[in-house]
Design a protein around this ligand. Structure first.
Ligand code: NAI
Length: 214
């Protein structure tokens, strides 16, 4: 596969390709043309061809793409052929919802432990995953190969906990707290804000309504 810098815009589209190809694979589809994929995904065939061209020879002209191969290669690009071990900080509403979602494991993301300061929650389990006291975070991470920390705690506590996770050696933080974290360059942060998505939706509703009136 070609080793070249791939734009973040292309990378942000890969999970969606991966999902569609996974569905096609489950349905036993072996080959798909960029045109067929385009109709299915509602993106232009040229966008698909351009995106896939970034990764070398994914398909043959006129013969379509091999679904299984494409699925595997995109999975590799997304690092989904490796296992990731996560600690989740904050066992409240959001933390429990994340821990209860089983599909992350199918993609290789395993929540090894949940941490909280609330004595009522410590010792309980969320879908078989124990909730530990924050005092045990460092020793827990040391014993296991934890590479991702998930923050589902109030923003006021996020920075201090992120610092602790960095010292624990995590490579990345999946941040749900509404604050921009200051971490060293070699620690990656992916911010997830559901409300941003809602605001985008709200904008698009207004835009669509305005267009209809024209
Ligand atoms: P919650 O109050 O139900 O849960 C927060 C949990 O964090 C509690 O169990 C609390 O004991 C724990 N906690 C507080 N300080 C801590 C610390 N220093 N170390 C470890 N645990 C600590 O709140 P909820 O609804 O689960 O939301 C959690 C956070 O996620 C909030 O900051 C909220 O604003 C944010 N949020 C973000 C969303 C997003 O899309 N990014 C969506 C929903 C919530």
């Amino acid at each position: 596969m070609a080793e070249k810098e791939i734009s973040q815009a292309v990378i942000s589209r890969l999970p969606r390709y991966f999902r569609y190809l996974g569905d096609l694979k489950d349905r036993g589809v072996e080959r798909i043309s960029s045109q067929e994929l385009s109709e299915l995904m509602q993106v232009t065939a040229s966008q698909i061809r351009q995106d896939f061209n970034n990764f070398g020879e994914f398909g043959q002209q006129g013969y379509g793409y091999n679904v299984d191969y494409l699925y595997t290669e995109i999975g590799k690009l997304l690092g989904l052929d490796q296992k990731h071990h996560l600690v989740l900080i904050g066992a409240g509403n959001l933390g429990q919802a994340i821990a209860n979602y089983v599909n992350f494991e199918r993609r290789g993301f395993y929540i090894s432990g949940i941490f909280d300061i609330d004595r009522e929650l410590i010792g309980k389990k969320v879908r078989d995953i124990p909730v530990y006291p924050m005092e045990e975070l460092e020793s827990f991470c040391k014993e296991r190969d934890i590479d991702i920390g998930v923050l589902s705690i109030p923003k006021t506590a996020a920075e201090a906990v992120a610092d602790r996770l960095v010292k624990c050696g995590v490579k990345a933080i999946w941040n749900f707290a509404h604050v921009d974290l200051n971490v060293p360059e070699d620690v990656l942060v992916e911010n997830v804000h559901l409300s941003d998505s809602l605001m985008k939706l709200s904008y698009n509703i207004n835009r669509y309504e305005a267009l209809k009136k024209q």
